[in-house]
Write a protein that binds this ligand. Structure first.
Ligand SMILES: Nc1nc2c(ncn2[C@@H]2O[C@H](COP(=O)(O)OP(=O)(O)OP(=O)(O)O)[C@@H](O)[C@H]2O)c(=O)[nH]1
Ligand SMILES: [Mg+2]
Ligand SMILES: [Zn+2]
Length: 322
């Protein structure tokens, strides 16, 4: 039978049968090649994988086999529409599959890392998933003023930016305002560093989500992120179209892009586009090469030096360890 993964934790997955009871029975019959099904369709249950496989993630559609009343085994993966991942030289982490959009949750307190935000933007672009920046804690007006000039730069680069306060905005504003409109009918993944307020936001949007949240200073001291695995929730049908879903995920402090090619990363810097063909060497990586158009633009203050520094950091990681 067909199911989707709602949450993943190590080799254990929380799954839900796909579709209505009829579709479920049809799919089941097709897969198991049996017509007489007496077992009622299941809604949600725990599933494990065969042969120690761990390469599934939230949002995956899978073919499963029920075991008893409350468990299942995953047999196979249905081809993915998209897959968001991060990677270093040692491992690839699958973050979510088959999603419509990403909300990168940022805040001024604790200060968000621009390097991480750029990295997530590159990974999202490479996976072909649209992204928006959700600036949370906008009740902290003074802190917000500090990051505003940087946000202005990204807005000019075409990034969609939406302000909210998960803690203080009225329910109606969260559900019906810009954020609510953006969430309508879509499967949205919330991503971001620890303490930005992803789980707080989901608790406001999904009344029975009951996610743990934690003061970020305490979370950072303990070295533990509050959310430890990704989980998908249905947004309430009272305010959202059926099929509107939101995924919570653990905060990260690193976001490697070893799975992305240099050209993919380069093209995630849209303000460089006109200059990319103008370097002396066609395989220029814009670090120390003579006749580099990007370095020249830096010297002439024509492109943003902080974004260039993030490029240097990402590119030096790509070659390390290979
Ligand atoms: N002032 C203010 N604080 C907020 C807001 N949203 C969340 N917080 C606080 O920020 C802290 C971290 O919130 P969480 O929701 O646990 O953050 P998270 O992004 O889920 O963190 P991880 O699970 O570790 O990735 C909590 O103390 C929240 O109360 C907001 O809109 N304004
Ligand atoms: Mg959380
Ligand atoms: Zn160059």
């Amino acid at each position: 039978m067909l199911a989707e993964i709602l949450a993943s934790h190590g080799r254990q997955y929380w799954i839900r049968a796909l579709g209505d009871a009829k579709a479920f029975h049809d799919a089941d019959a097709a897969i198991e090649n049996t017509v007489a099904l007496t077992r009622p369709p299941f809604k949600q249950r725990l599933a494990v994988t065969r042969g120690r496989r761990q390469d599934f993630c939230v949002g995956d559609r899978v073919d499963v086999e029920a075991i008893g009343d409350d468990q299942a085994v995953i047999n196979a993966l249905i081809p993915r529409r998209n897959l968001l991942q991060r990677s270093d030289h040692f491992r690839h982490k699958l973050l979510a599959a088959n999603i419509d959009q990403i909300g990168l949750v940022l805040a001024a307190e604790p200060p968000f890392s621009e390097s991480l935000a750029v990295r997530v933007s590159v990974a999202a672009a490479v996976a072909g998933i649209p992204m928006r920046w959700l600036i949370n804690k906008s009740d902290r007006i003074e802190a917000l003023a500090d990051i505003e000039p940087r946000l202005e730069l990204y807005r000019a680069l075409g990034v969609g930016i939406c302000y909210l306060s998960a803690r203080h905005d009225a329910q109606s504003r969260l559900h019906e305002g810009e954020l609510g409109q953006w969430l309508q009918g879509k499967t949205s993944l919330l991503l971001g560093q620890s303490g930005m307020g992803k789980s707080t936001l989901i608790n406001r949007l999904v009344p029975d989500a009951d996610l743990k949240t934690q003061q970020w200073s305490r979370a950072l001291q303990s070295g533990k992120h509050t959310t430890s695995f990704s989980k998908c929730f249905d947004l309430p049908e009272s305010d959202f179209e059926p099929g509107s879903r939101i995924i919570d995920s653990p905060g990260f402090q690193q976001f490697g892009l070893v799975h992305c090619s240099r050209s993919e990363i380069e093209h995630s810097f849209p303000e460089w586009a006109d200059r990319l063909g103008q370097c002396r060497y066609h395989n220029c990586i814009h670090l120390q090469e003579p006749g580099c158009a990007i370095q020249a633009a830096i010297s002439d203050s024509l492109i943003d030096p902080r974004r260039y520094a993030i490029w240097q950091e990402i590119i030096s990681e790509q070659s390390r360890g290979t």
